[in-house]
Write a protein that binds this ligand. Structure first.
Ligand SMILES: O=c1ccn([C@@H]2O[C@H](COP(=O)(O)OP(=O)(O)O[C@H]3O[C@H](CO)[C@@H](O)[C@H](O)[C@H]3O)[C@@H](O)[C@H]2O)c(=O)[nH]1
Ligand SMILES: [Mn+2]
Length: 738
């Protein structure tokens, strides 16, 4: 028995990566040689070389950050079968789901997420699921009422037959009919459950067409309403608790978007169930692996030192992803190598969803303080957590790590107190949003909150079971992809330029130096747009002005950029091929990376600039979540499957401009080439090839020039870009004269 209990609950495996490391260092040394070459030839070539030198210095710096992130690849493997031998009683877990807009986030998706959570393999009496609805939508409310009824047959069905997929829409689409080999009883029940699920879908669909009748929602304005709170399932045999919350909103009070919603969820659940662990997911992220909570518990209970695991982050993966990831938003490679590398430093960043937290960490506990409550007076508690006595009590319980005492009365008895802590004035003069809970001040509240945890010295753990733990949807058209990446880059810059930047945390706090570099890698996304923009115009500039930034083809130094280009592309390609992705996916992602960088990230820079000079505020634009691409006919659909779409947004101007400039430069280059013999020509072959390469990278826009409808660039965008391109040409001419 003694032997059994010493079996570890998880294993930490170092993955061998000597070859990638060697290639990374090779690329770095080549970059340094290129810089040296530019430095030497600075006098001879002037401005273009200087610009190239500056841009390449930025690229080299980013590359160092990348190498740092990827250096130690680590994987965690939890052993759920050992859990019951080590942990006699599983702890309670409060689950938070956030939704904000019933149109962009169809309630049926949210309901599937909720159902998949209610049906996980974990003692149901230990689970409570809280849905926060920032849209205060009667439809979402109604859907949840109906879902709670359906849950009463769905959950027992899943458990009885050990159904492997517990989001009904995924289950029924993967299994359209049980085979005849199944027992009669199962087939019968399957039919009933399927009929009930279809009915649920129909009801929600019908309700979305009409105004939903509801006594709770008479005259609710979603931007101006009191807290709405309803316990839908309470301590029922075999079912977790289920609670609906729509926090109070008033026009004059900032609501802090998702972070605000998370803090309300934390307080309300603190009053009602106060579980020591919290799982949070976005409304589109359903559970794909029913054992996921058990896996997380293996890690929480398996770590020798609590400090090593503030939170357990699972990767974001997506279902029904378009083939070969045309929009570059499935981020498979990113999650694989980057997050796995972070796992080898101080742990992964918090990703905002698919993450298990310790409640006490969210409450701001320091890792080396096992319990602080002894030292906290009532006044301290009030300053941190606000006026609610019940909340103060519950927080004290969490911070003092006193054994979980039985709640007085059920959830329903806390409804009034809970409405109070869900009020928009509750956080006044408290630490919510600063030292307690999810942090305010960035559109990427996840990174900011995770940084706040890690700077205290906590570590985190990245868990990647073979079958995806959670699955969600990725944006399915051009504009929403761009808006999402713009929001991320904006939020990240907000952190970089705030007093909470990781540099300060490393100097004053307990953030490890290498972790700080890792944060820098992600925080500077927006800034990278500037050197990339310059670099994508540089070859064109050189061709038009008959200057050079690359060595001539007959100089031996030309081998440096050529080798960088070949090695870098083979290296990134191998990352895709090693995990079974296609060459096409690699190319699509490279292309999107350039597009995102010079468009969305550039706009992020603009919006941060406007914010810094006090002209505007940043907001959280919710991503559209439905997979159906469009309402065109079926044939049409197949032909346009995965094709990039555009709209009037100015975000498409930089990409179009870059394309137009490079096309013009190519034309100029070809003409020049034909009018002069090779030897006397100033046109650099290297520059021409670069121009071509840029055109290939921006081929999305090339297609957009000729596309029809939403697959084409709007004529106003083309016109504006044309004007910008002309200005650039003018600038080139002017710069030669002076
Ligand atoms: O005012 C708001 C805005 C958003 N949300 C919710 O926040 C979640 C994430 O929003 P989404 O539009 O899906 O953004 P994504 O860019 O897909 O989200 C990623 O990036 C966010 C940070 O930018 C993280 O918070 C998310 O967890 C992460 O999945 C969704 O459940 C929303 O319902 C709210 O509850 N209230
Ligand atoms: Mn999302």
């Amino acid at each position: 028995m003694a032997i059994k209990s010493t079996l570890p609950l998880y294993e930490r495996v170092h993955l061998k990566n000597s070859i990638p490391r060697a290639v990374e260092l090779l690329i770095l040394s080549l970059l340094i040689s290129l810089l040296a070459y530019h430095l030497i030839s600075l006098k001879q070539h002037g401005i273009p070389t200087l610009l190239a030198f500056l841009c390449e210095s930025c690229f080299a710096f980013c590359w160092i950050l990348v190498i740092n992130c990827k250096w130690n690849q680590v994987k965690y493997i939890p052993y759920t079968d050992r859990l019951s031998k080590v942990v006699s009683e599983l702890p309670a877990v409060d689950i938070f789901v956030t939704t904000a807009d019933a149109e962009l986030e169809p309630p049926i998706l949210t309901m599937n997420t909720v159902l998949s959570l209610l049906a996980v393999d974990y003692p149901p009496q230990k689970l409570s699921c809280y849905l926060s609805d920032d849209g205060a939508s009667p439809l979402t409310y109604y859907s949840l009422v109906e879902t709670s009824k359906f849950a009463r047959i769905w959950v027992p069905f899943c458990k009885k037959y050990e159904i492997s997929i517990r989001a009904p829409f995924r289950y029924f689409s993967s299994c359209s009919k049980p085979s005849e080999d199944n027992p009669f009883e199962f087939r019968q029940e399957w039919k009933t459950v399927k009929d009930k699920y279809d009915m649920l879908c129909q009801k929600i669909e019908a309700a979305s067409q009409t105004n939903v009748p509801s006594e709770v929602f008479s005259k609710v304005d979603k931007k101006n309403h009191p807290s709405i709170l309803k316990v839908m399932i309470e301590e029922e045999e075999g079912l977790p608790n289920l609670v609906y919350i729509s926090r109070e909103k008033r026009p004059k009070h900032p609501h802090h978007f998702k972070a605000g919603a998370m803090n309300v969820l934390t307080r309300v659940s603190g009053l009602m169930t106060n579980a020591p662990f919290i799982l949070n997911v976005d409304c589109d992220m359903h559970v794909n692996d029913p054992q996921v909570i058990l896996r997380a518990m293996c890690i929480f209970f398996g770590v020798e030192n609590e400090k090593d695991c503030a939170f357990v982050q699972f990767p974001q993966q997506f279902y029904d992803g378009l083939n070969d990831d045309p929009f570059g938003n499935q981020m498979v490679v990113l999650f694989k190598y980057m997050a796995q590398g972070l796992a080898g430093i101080q742990g992964p960043f918090y990703g905002g969803t698919n993450c298990f937290h310790r409640r006490k960490v969210i409450y701001g506990l320091l890792p080396f303080h096992k319990a602080t409550a002894g030292k906290l007076t009532d006044e301290d508690l009030e300053k941190r957590f606000g006026k609610s006595n019940k909340l103060k009590e519950s927080a004290e319980q969490i911070l003092s790590a006193s054994p979980h005492s039985q709640r007085q009365g059920g959830l329903s008895s806390s409804v009034e107190a809970a409405k109070l802590v869900a009020g928009c004035a509750y956080e006044h003069d408290t630490c919510w949003g600063t030292e307690v809970g999810w942090k305010y001040g960035s559109a990427t509240e996840d990174i900011l909150t995770g940084l706040g945890i890690q700077e205290k010295g906590w570590r985190s753990i990245y868990c990647t079971p073979d079958s995806p733990a959670f699955l969600g949807c990725a944006p399915s058209c051009g504009p929403s992809t761009m808006i999402q990446t713009k929001r991320w880059a904006t939020g990240l810059l907000e952190i970089l330029f705030s007093s909470r930047s990781p540099i300060i945390s490393t100097i004053n706090g307990n953030l490890q130096f290498r972790q700080c570099l890792a944060y820098m890698w992600v925080l500077i996304w927006g800034l990278r747009s500037i050197p990339e923009l310059v670099y994508s115009l540089l070859p064109a500039y050189c061709i038009i002005t008959h200057s050079h930034f690359l060595p001539k083809v007959n100089e031996p130094a030309i081998l440096i950029p050529v080798t960088i280009c070949v090695t870098y592309n083979l290296y990134t390609l191998s990352e895709y091929l090693r995990i079974g992705l296609s060459t096409r996916a690699w190319w699509n992602n490279q292309r999107m990376a350039r597009t995102n960088c010079t468009s969305s990230w550039l706009f992020a820079c603009f919006s941060i600039f406007l914010k810094l000079i006090g002209l505007s505020q940043t907001a959280f634009e919710v991503t559209q979540k439905n997979q159906s691409q469009d309402d065109d006919g079926d044939d049409q659909k197949n032909k346009n499957y995965g094709k990039f779409t555009f709209n009037e947004s100015p975000i498409f101007i930089p990409g179009t401009t870059i394309l137009l400039v490079n096309l013009t430069a190519l034309a100029v280059g070809v003409v020049d080439f034909r009018h002069t013999s090779y030897d006397e020509s100033d046109v650099g072959v290297g520059e021409i090839i670069c121009c071509l390469w840029v055109v290939l990278y921006f081929s999305i826009f090339l297609k957009g020039l000729f596309g029809k409808g939403k697959y084409g660039l709007p004529s106003t965008t083309i016109f504006k870009s044309g004007v910008m391109a002309l200005c650039f040409m003018h600038f080139c001419k002017w710069s030669v004269k002076t």
